[in-house]
Design a protein around this ligand. Structure first.
Ligand code: DC
Length: 232
C-alpha cells in the first residue's frame, strides 16, 4: 500500500497528539507534534525576556532571534512521542509548563515565526509516511495531504480531560481555570490574522466528545486503509 500524509488539526486539548501518536505507531509512520515546535520557540522567547510579564511579545526581537533557534524533534524510545530539543537541550517537559501554555498563542500568531516553522515542517514531512498534528497542517503546511482530520470536542469536556491530566501530574489548578485557559486559546487560535485555526474544506470532522480512544482508532484506521489502497 502507498504511504500517505496524514494531517490532524483541531482545538487544543481534544486528544490530537495522543491520537496522532497512536495512528503513527499503528502504521509505522513518523509522528510530528508541531505544537511542540511553537512551544519551544515560546520557551526561548520567555528565557530571553522577549515576552513581558503582561504577555506582550517583542515581535521584532523574536524575528531577529529566529536564526538562533534550533528545534529538533526525535522519536521517543518509549511511547512513540517526540523528545523536543531546543538548541541541543531537552525541553520536552518544560514546554508543557503553564508559563509556556499561557503565552504560546501570542507567539504562534506572528507571521515570521509561522513561516520559519512551516518551512521546517514541510522539510520534515516531505518523505510522506507522516502523521503531523497542529492547527494549520491541512490548510497551510500540507494542503495536498491525502487524509485530513479536523478534531474537536466540547470545551467543557476538553477542560475536564486536561484538568485530570494536570492533576495526575501534580499540577495545582482548578477545572474552571483550565476551561478559561482553553477557551482563551481557542479564541486566539481561531481569530488570528495568519493561518487561523479552521477546518480545511476536504477535512473529515471528528468530534470525539463522546467517543473512546478505541472507537476513534477503529474509525481512522478504516479511513486510512481505504485511502491508501485507492492511491495510484
Ligand atoms: O497543540 P498544542 O496545544 O501543543 O499547541 C500549542 C500552541 O501552538 C497552540 O496555542 C496553537 C499553536 N499551534 C499553531 O498555531 N500551529 C500549529 N501547527 C501547532 C500549534
Amino acid at each position: 500500500m502507498k504511504d500517505i500524509t496524514i494531517a490532524i488539526d483541531g482545538y487544543s486539548s481534544c486528544g490530537k497528539s495522543t491520537f496522532a501518536k497512536a495512528i503513527a505507531e499503528k502504521l509505522g509512520y513518523t509522528f510530528i507534534d508541531t505544537g511542540a515546535m511553537y512551544r519551544a520557540v515560546t520557551l526561548y522567547a520567555l528565557r530571553q525576556r522577549l515576552i513581558s510579564g503582561a504577555g506582550v511579545v517583542n515581535g521584532d526581537g523574536l524575528r531577529a532571534a529566529l536564526p538562533l533557534i534550533s528545534i529538533r524533534l526525535l522519536r521517543d524510545a518509549q511511547g512513540g512521542g517526540n523528545t523536543v530539543f531546543l538548541n541541543g537541550e531537552d525541553v520536552t517537559e518544560e514546554i508543557r509548563l503553564s508559563a509556556v501554555s499561557d503565552n504560546v498563542s501570542r507567539v504562534s500568531e506572528l507571521a515570521p515565526v509561522r513561516e520559519h516553522l512551516v518551512a521546517q515542517q514541510r522539510a520534515m514531512g516531505q518523505q510522506k509516511a507522516v502523521v503531523m498534528d497542529g492547527r494549520d497542517i491541512g490548510t497551510v503546511v500540507f494542503p495536498c495531504a491525502e487524509l485530513k482530520i479536523f478534531m474537536t470536542a466540547l470545551p467543557e469536556i476538553r477542560a475536564q480531560r486536561r484538568y485530570l491530566e494536570l492533576s495526575a501530574k501534580g499540577v495545582q489548578t482548578s477545572p474552571e481555570e483550565v476551561e478559561r485557559s482553553i477557551r482563551q486559546r481557542d479564541a486566539i487560535d481561531e481569530n488570528r490574522a495568519v493561518s487561523p485555526l479552521r477546518k480545511a474544506d476536504d477535512a473529515v470532522l471528528l468530534d470525539n466528545s463522546y467517543m473512546s480512544v478505541e472507537e476513534q482508532m477503529e474509525w481512522v484506521l478504516k479511513l486510512a486503509t481505504s485511502i491508501r489502497s485507492s492511491q495510484p
